[in-house]
Design a binder for this molecule. Structure first.
Ligand SMILES: [Zn+2]
Length: 166
């Protein structure tokens, strides 16, 4: 069986520099005025220094918690469906339900900028017990906080024209 090539596998990962936010796809929600948009929230430039499994896991808990507060304030009418880690450990996929055509990339990027200090301000790691997490010992709170401080000092770019492989 021939598989369809994923859009992200056509992105030239040697030509992208993190941190950035990129819109990767839009899916209409049938019989509604809403659509689902998926974004890359890339924290690390690919194939240089990856986040450790512990650090990306802790960042997932912090960012997934904080985004539910930040996003509705920044993008009224939008709902966060998901924030989940990339398997390559360089960032996250962010999935948002929004009114059709109602969400600009810069607006999402600004919301992600606001998300970073909000996640950093969380003092106790949410959902990190044996009952609430599938790998509760695989966390690194200090390193995740260090990564968030680093991100606050960097410029988060709205990547308007991503480099694709021809
Ligand atoms: Zn977990």
């Amino acid at each position: 069986m021939k598989h369809k090539q994923l859009e992200s596998f056509n992105l030239d990962h040697t030509k992208i520099v993190a941190p950035y936010v990129r819109h990767s796809k839009t899916m209409p929600v049938p019989e509604s005025n809403y659509e689902i948009n998926v974004y890359d929230f890339r924290l690390k430039t690919p194939n240089i220094v990856l986040l450790t499994p512990q650090t990306i896991h802790t960042l997932e808990h912090l960012l997934a918690t904080a985004i539910r507060t930040v996003f509705p304030e920044r993008c009224p009418g939008c709902k966060v469906i998901d924030l989940s880690p990339m398997g390559c450990r360089t960032g996250f996929y962010v999935t948002i339900l929004s009114p059709v055509g109602g969400l600009a990339l810069q607006q999402v990027t600004d919301a992600m900028k606001a998300l970073i200090p909000e996640a950093h301000a969380i003092e106790e790691l949410p959902g990190a017990t044996i009952e609430t997490c599938g790998g509760y010992l695989e966390h690194d709170f200090d390193d995740a906080k260090r990564e968030l401080v680093l991100l606050m000092k960097q410029e988060l770019v709205a990547l308007q024209n991503p480099p694709f492989l021809s």
